[in-house]
Ligand binder design. Structure first.
Ligand code: NAP
Length: 323
């Protein structure tokens, strides 16, 4: 039996992702084969494909980490997942830009009936990143003010929902009208436009001239120096996204006893990941977490999706549909 998969044989531009027909996979002990319905396209998929990321898969490979679908077959010893069950994936053994993916059972979680497959494909990296940044890196507390610098994309939307459910006040930024509307509707108390000069002037007024306690930063090479000037005493910036170098004044950190915290989700331990996904599953089930799907492409349009996900004007999650 065969299946369709998008494959990469050489690192390079989006055009290196090619549709192929390859052999169907079989689950071994403690593995499941998942029939993929929707796939989450993450910016990191593009960095890995280009060969510029620290993670370099052995070529050829099938890209992607996040997806949702139905358990097609369970290997020997699998007890917690059944054939036909709706699930979302937080990684796989074989890559998810394909009709089927082989997974370890620990990479697969039940998808509530209230969440569509495309929403399910928007959970993995974005929600885990937002949770890890907010709770494990910044230790954000209820009642604190959080600025999400880049709130209109997949991680930003997840961070708004997680923060609001935890009693954290949210200021969000976006660079398009659609993005601003999205983050307001998602629950940001204040919305700023990062495409306008001096948009950060308002932050001191919005925070009683104390500054914001936490910033989740999606584009540190552009914003880190400005972030450090609008932080409160003991404020924390978590650098989630960065696409270049930046010049900062370390005195802005000293005077506030502030902290700049890096993060890579790849550094989260298995224990942390199982805690994070337990919290995320609870939020999906109680309705506080509702992934927002933006532009959808078909599986064979993965190259176009890789170009699209890096453009300005983000609106929730970019998804590939398997039809
Ligand atoms: P995304 O859906 O493409 O969203 C990108 C976000 O960045 C949008 O909200 C976009 O806003 C915003 N942005 C663009 N220009 C900005 C500016 N000048 N200032 C502030 N924000 C700006 O991507 P994502 O999946 O949310 O990921 C966000 C970033 O985090 C990416 O760089 C990604 O690689 C990184 N990331 C890192 C980790 C990690 O482990 N460290 C994990 C996941 C993601 P507009 O389009 O509205 O302008």
């Amino acid at each position: 039996m065969t299946m369709k998969a998008m494959r990469v044989h050489t690192f390079g531009g989006p055009e290196v992702i090619q549709l192929e027909t390859i052999a169907r996979l079989q689950p071994a002990a403690d593995q499941v084969l998942v029939k993929i319905k929707s796939i989450g396209v993450n910016p990191v998929d593009t960095y890995i494909r280009s060969g510029t990321h620290a993670v370099k898969p052995v070529l050829p490979y099938t890209p992607g980490f996040d997806a949702a679908g139905i358990v097609q077959a369970a290997g020997p010893g699998v007890k917690n997942l059944q054939e036909g069950q709706r699930v979302f994936l937080t990684g796989s053994i074989t890559g998810v830009y394909a009709e089927y993916a082989l997974c370890n059972t620990g990479q697969v979680y039940p998808l509530p009936d209230t969440i569509t497959f495309s929403q399910g494909a928007a959970i993995g990296i974005p929600y885990a990143t937002a949770y890890y940044a907010l709770m494990y890196r910044a230790h954000t507390m209820p009642g604190e003010t959080l600025m999400i610098h880049g709130a209109s994309g997949a991680v930003g939307v997840a961070a708004i929902q997680l923060a609001r459910a935890a009693g954290i006040r949210v200021i969000g930024t976006a660079g398009s009208d659609a993005g601003k509307t999205l983050i307001q509707e998602t629950g940001a108390e204040h919305v700023l436009d990062h495409s306008i000069p001096d948009y950060l002037d308002e932050v001191m007024e919005l925070t009683n001239h104390e500054g914001t306690n936490v910033i989740l930063e999606m584009l540190a090479n552009v914003n880190l120096a400005k972030d450090l000037k609008i932080l409160s005493k003991h404020g924390r910036v978590v650098v989630i996204g960065c696409r270049g170098e930046v010049c900062i004044n370390p005195r802005d950190i000293m005077g506030r006893d502030a902290a700049v915290l890096g993060m890579s989700l790849f550094n989260a331990s298995d224990r942390q990941k199982s805690q994070i996904y337990a919290a995320i599953c609870a939020g999906l089930n109680n309705g506080t977490l509702k992934p927002v799907v933006g532009k959808e492409f078909s599986l064979d349009e993965a190259a176009e999706a890789h170009q699209y996900v890096l453009q300005q004007g983000a609106y929730g999650k970019v998804v590939l549909r398997v039809v």
